[in-house]
Structure formats: structure tokens, C-alpha cells
Ligand binder design. Sequence first.
Ligand code: UD1
Ligand code: CA
Length: 450
Amino acid sequence: MQSAVILLAAGQGTRMQSDMPKVLHPLAGAPLIHHAMRSARAAGIERTVVVTGHGASAVEAAVAALDDCARCVVQEEQLGTGHAVAQARDALADHRGDAFVLYADTPFVRPETLDAMARARADGHGVVVLGFEAADPTGYGRLVTDADGALLEIVEHKDASEAQRKIGLCNSGVVCADAGTLFELVSAVGNDNAKGEYYLTDIVAIARTRGLSATVVRCDEAETLGVNSRSELAGAEAVFQARARAEALENGVTLTAPDTVFFALDTVIGRDVTIAPYVTFGPDVTVESGAEIRSFCHLEGCHISEGAQIGPYARLRPGAEIGEGARIGNFVEVKNADVQRGAKVNHLSYVGDASVGEGANLGAGTITCNYDGVFKHRTTIGAGAFVGSNSALVAPVTLGDGAYVGSGTVVTSDVPGGDLAIGRARQVNKPGLGAKLRARLLALKAKGTR
Ligand code: UD1
Ligand code: CA
């Protein structure tokens, strides 16, 4: 049966001290909210409804960027987690199946954990709550269970008795129930409590009065880590990176200095890739087997094929497609360009909006002049072409296969395959004039006049 997720994202996130909604702050190169969305998707949950509030339109745009089928509904006033869930009722009116509630500011809930909750539902439990043993339970809702482990009720910290506050088993906020049942339960929730809010957590006690059972699925506290401040965001980033590095090593990637390599949420690295110290992966990077990334590279939106060698000090920007065994060397920037198999761009170059054919060689300081101040234009370089150092290729321009360009040429028109283009001032030598000039300068220096 289909499942849905209701993602709560209405909160302001005041402690972030930010003009941007909390759930849009980036974690591992992706907006915080994408983490929970991807986790739900990985667990096979098909439908997504996001409850927005502060910064609704910006949150909506970020949600659509990942999943254009996701629905967003606005919670105008934040009256509590139960009230937030109720906002999703219309969007899921035609949904038959379970609904999970997740928080958009809680990035690490694993798909396997959501699966375990789905299994508990399949075992016949009406409401399934994700719980964890908290190192410090202060502030969390406490899960009150009986001797058999059945969940009796959830009591918020502020409403809890002294005895209940001693319970270490806490509510993560993640809940799963049949969607229709969930909305019925939520509509029965009142706001007579310490915060005057409609607590989602009250549905457990209500469910039991209606003869439904409730149970707890447990996870590690680390999974339920929520982000409320910049410092917690930095902490979450550290947690993410530590895991991503361990996973890369596990999967056969060599990291010479793991602590200096930063991955994004969607980074994909093949076996036997070597990554030297100080490399940063932005979003959407795939590196195929056996490629080598040397130190101080910044990579985003690019694909690196088998056996390619990148860096040190290379910058690959979105649309960079590096072919098998190609080489991108130091201080080279590639954007929206394919550098085909075995091609070399080894030093100090900008290759933008371009295609570099197989085995072509761009000398040091080759620049594609892709921008005329208003429009962008393409440069096409044929297979086996050779571009001498310090050449400017003024786009739109095409060099044929095996074309040659002399150093320092400003190429403004196409070069047919096999031709040689040279466009620079002709050199003139003045016999003996070098020595004369030096003697004159030395004489001036001796007089002290210069
Ligand atoms: C909630 C739980 C608590 C649990 C804790 C785990 C309730 C009543 N309490 O408490 O049992 O231990 O999370 O972190 O559910 N939100 C909305 N709209 C609202 C209110 C909240 O979208 O009207 C969102 C917030 O943006 C946040 C999440 O729901 O992402 C949780 O809300 P928050 O106020 O932080 O709940 P807690 O008091 O921490
Ligand atoms: Ca909270």
C-alpha cells in the first residue's frame, strides 16, 4: 500500500538568527529539508506533504526542486505539532494508507528506521512512535510504557510529573499511523496543557481510549538529532561528514586525510578512487572508478570518468563532464563543458561552454572567452587539436580535428581541421640593442640619478 509523509516545516527557527527559514540552511550541500525528504523517499514513501509557515514560498521552491510532486500546505499560525499535522488533511484526503510524520529540521532519520516503523504497523499496531534513550531527556516528551512495552501515553516535559521526568525513553517526534486514523485522532486533540498548544503527542492516549494499540520503535539518539541553532547545524555537518567519510572508505575509496574531505548529500564515488587532502564536493558530483582527485579541488555539478586525474587546485563547476583518462591540472576551471577522453588541460585555464575533443591538448593559460558581456557562446575544439599557451579562443568559434593554434593567438574565427592559426604581432630582433640598453641603464644607476 502507498505511504505518505507529512513533513513539519512551519517553525521560524528563531535561534538560527537568520533571515532565511531554518529548513533551507544547507547541510552537506543540500537544504536541511531535503535530508528528511530523501530519507522518506529511500524508504519507499511515495507521497509528500510539507507543512510550511515561516518563509513558505522559499520553502516551497526548495521542496519542488527535489520533488515536483510534493504538495505544500501553509500553517498560518503555529499552534502546535498536532495542529500542524491537521493542515495536511485536505492534501491527503484521497490517500489510503499510512502516513508518517517527520520534522524537516531532523535530518538523520534513516530509511531503515522508517521501514521498521512500517513493519510495526503491519504487525497491527494503530500508532507507532519512534523513541530513543536520551543522554539528557530534559525538554523531550517522555514515552510512558507498561510492563509489556505497550505505549500508554506521551507526556511533554513541561506537563510531566517528577516521576515521569525520570523516564529516559523520549519521543523523537516521528509517528506513523493510518492516514485517516491519524487525522481523526488529531482532530480530537485539545490544547489544555502547559504550552497551550495542540500536541501531536496526545494522539497516543486518545488512540488507546478508542481501542487502538500504540507501540515504540527505538533508534539511536544520533538519528533524532534536530537542528535549532547555527552551532547545532555545524554539529550536524560534522556528524554527516564523519559518516560520509567512513562510508567512502568502506566502499573502497582512498582518502589520504579523511578529515579534510567534505562530501555532499548526493556525492557518488566509485571504487578505487583516490582523494588527496583538502577536497570539497558540492552538490551533484559523480566520480567513476579509478579517478584521482588531488589536493585542493572544489567540485560541483560534474561527472568525472574512469581514470581521469583532477587537480591539484582545480575547480569543476556545474556541467563539467570529464572523459576517461582526461587530465585537469592546477588552476584550471571548467564549467558547462565536456573534456573528452584523454584530453589535457593541465595548467591555468578557463574552459567554459565548450567541448574539448578526444586527446586535445590545451596549453597553459588557454582561455575560452565565452561571454561578450550579454550572451554566452560555445567553443568547440576537435579531437587531437593543440592550442598553444596563452591563447584566447573567442566564442563562438570552432577548431577542427587536429587543428593547431600558435601560442598567444587570439582566435576569432574558425580554424579548419589540420590548419595552423597564428594571430599575434610578429617578433622583430634588433642586433646588439639588448647589450646597449643594459649599459645605458647601468650608467644611470652609477650616477645615482635613478
Ligand atoms: C516535540 C514533541 C516532543 C519531542 C520533541 C522531539 C510535541 C508536542 N512534542 O517537542 O514530544 O520529544 O519534539 O524533538 O509534538 N512545528 C510546526 N508547527 C507547529 C509546531 C511545530 O510545523 O505549530 C514543527 C517545528 O517547526 C519543528 C517540529 O514541528 O520542526 C517540532 O516542534 P517543536 O516546537 O520544536 O516541538 P518540541 O517542543 O521540541
Ligand atoms: Ca524541538
